[in-house]
Design a binder for this molecule. Structure first.
Ligand code: C5P
Length: 220
């Protein structure tokens, strides 16, 4: 079986993570959640008292933490300086601050290097999910997918994952984060020209997975 590199981008709540993990597991590929890496570095900044609202302070601290991503799709852990932060990176606080941290060019340069080396050493190929994978991190990926869905569908999915979450507030936070991610100068959230766009609004997760698996198989 030939090695294959798959880039899956799109805004939050489109099913990127669930789809990417399932496709990787199904096809025996490694898996990388690049959002988790940006969340991990954001978690470290907060934990170490770095003012995340100050791009110069964030840039200064960019090289300090050692972030290690597990690439097994069934156990995608992430550690910072040896501490497993897979849980802590999902808090509201990290979620609300990650866009500011990930907009800093020094942070992106550092994380992008890490992502490229992980992709280059994946034994059977890899599914990499994020915002700028097809455009910037892996422009030569064998397959690029761009997932979309209506803001209502995305908010409903996200709110469904969090106990007691309010759909309207979730939708507002999500739209705000997308706007920040899409408008930053360095490698914003964008669809690559050669990416296949899949609108998941009216599809089940199973249908999206099957759709992507079919695309990958056509490339192998
Ligand atoms: O995918 P997830 O919602 O966990 O991503 C968290 C944040 O990390 C995004 O809102 C974005 O600010 C940043 N990110 C990024 N580039 C990527 C992946 C995520 O800037 N490739």
């Amino acid at each position: 079986v030939e090695s294959v590199i798959v880039a899956i981008d799109g805004p939050s709540g489109t099913g990127k993570s669930s789809t990417s993990k399932a496709v990787a597991a199904k096809l025996g590929l490694s898996y990388l959640d690049t959002g988790a890496q940006y969340r991990a570095i954001t978690w470290w900044m907060i934990d170490n008292g770095v003012d995340v609202g100050d791009p110069a302070a964030v840039a200064d601290a960019a090289g300090k933490p050692v972030i290690v991503s597990g690439t097994d799709p069934s156990h995608p852990t992430i550690t910072v300086d040896g501490v497993d932060v897979s849980g802590p990176i999902r808090t509201q606080e990290v979620t609300s601050k990650v866009s500011a941290v990930s907009a800093v060019p020094e942070i992106r340069a550092r994380i992008t290097d890490l992502q490229r080396s992980i992709a280059a050493t994946a034994p059977h190929g890899i599914v990499v999910e994020g915002r700028d994978i097809g455009t910037t991190v892996l422009p030569d990926a064998d397959l690029k997918i761009f997932l979309t869905a209506s803001p209502e569908a995305r908010a409903a999915r996200r709110a469904g994952e969090i106990k007691g979450a309010d759909v309207a507030a979730t939708r507002e936070a999500l739209v705000r984060r997308d706007a920040a991610d899409s408008s930053r100068k360095t490698s914003p959230l964008a669809k690559a020209d050669d990416a296949v766009e899949v609108d998941t609004t009216d599809l089940t997760l199973q249908q999206v997975i099957e759709c992507v698996v079919t695309f990958v198989e056509e490339k192998r």
